[in-house]
Write a protein that binds this ligand. Structure first.
Ligand SMILES: C[S@@+](CC[C@H](N)C(=O)[O-])C[C@H]1O[C@@H](n2cnc3c(N)ncnc32)[C@H](O)[C@@H]1O
Length: 267
């Protein structure tokens, strides 16, 4: 498997730039254009992420957020069907075929240079088209070797332990129609994501922020998932909330747990 190397250059300039991330995003006419046209987004999750970030004390925008792991990152049906998603050379800025919703790499769309403050690793069973500034990995997250690979990608001289500041999981198995089976799969994925957080998430204490160390995960509503939240998430995070973004289909039983402030019971 091939990785596109992220160029990491930490500068005061890029740090201050990133703090006004959302404001810039919404002022940017090209982003506005893409917001007005959902088909121009590679992934529907970009909308959910923007919405959740905006409504939740903008957890992605802290300058200390330098490593993000994005699980289940391949575009959904809508994005994949979009013609605009092809990798052909864009003829004008509004036809750019990528959008990094995290923007932590501060990609210069004109030059293609990446001058950001950190690393994004995107993982999916399906192939993810390359995104400038993002390291993509086609792999089964449930395999232990995937975790090892992610850690190796995250490791660098600024992050020798391969720690993560934010873990995002939009992973979900295909709905089978068998409720018991679908819930079991959702639980299995959530347990695996939690186990990854246990090994890799930076603690709130080490960031000096009560809400530092963030895990945002998709789940399918069911009492077993509530039990998981009460037994695993609540005791290990300072703040856990349930989120149903308006951009998530009302008919879907999907929801998100936003867990902020990792304070593991056992390290
Ligand atoms: C809801 S889709 C993600 C959609 C995408 N984030 C978007 O908004 O367009 C769920 C994704 O999780 C991925 N997935 C499910 N199980 C996985 C696993 N064990 N390892 C990696 N990816 C997985 C699927 O391949 C699928 O692309």
């Amino acid at each position: 498997m091939v990785f596109r190397q992220t160029v990491i250059r930490l500068s005061e300039k890029s740090k201050s730039k990133s703090s006004s991330w959302a404001a810039r995003q919404f002022r940017d006419p090209y982003v506005k254009k893409r917001l007005s046209d959902p088909m121009a987004y590679r992934a529907r999750s970009a909308f959910k992420l923007l919405e959740i970030n905006d409504d939740s004390n903008k957890f992605l925008e802290y300058p200390d957020v330098k490593a993000v792991v994005d699980l289940g990152a391949a575009p959904g049906e809508k994005g994949a069907k979009s013609k605009k998603w092809s990798r052909s050379k864009p003829t004008s800025p509004v036809e750019l075929d990528y959008f990094d919703p995290l923007n932590i790499d501060n990609l210069d769309e004109k030059t293609g240079d990446v001058t950001g403050r950190g690393t994004i690793v995107s993982v999916d069973l399906l192939k993810i088209e390359s995104i400038p500034g993002v390291q993509t990995l086609q792999a089964n997250f449930l395999h232990q070797s995937t975790t090892v690979t992610i850690k190796n990608v995250l490791r660098n001289e600024d992050n020798p332990e391969g720690k993560v500041d934010v873990v995002l999981s939009d992973m979900a198995a295909n709905v089978s129609g068998n409720d018991t089976h679908d819930i079991e799969e959702s639980l299995e994925i959530c347990e695996a994501v939690f186990a990854f957080a246990q090994g890799h998430l930076r603690t709130a204490e080490s960031t000096g922020r009560r809400r530092g160390g963030v895990l945002l995960m998709k789940f399918f509503a069911h009492p077993l998932l509530e039990k998981f939240r009460d037994e695993k998430l609540k005791p290990n995070f300072n703040h856990v909330s349930y989120i149903k973004p308006s951009s998530s289909r009302a008919t879907s039983r999907e929801g998100y747990y936003l867990c902020q402030g990792w304070r593991p019971l056992q390290t």
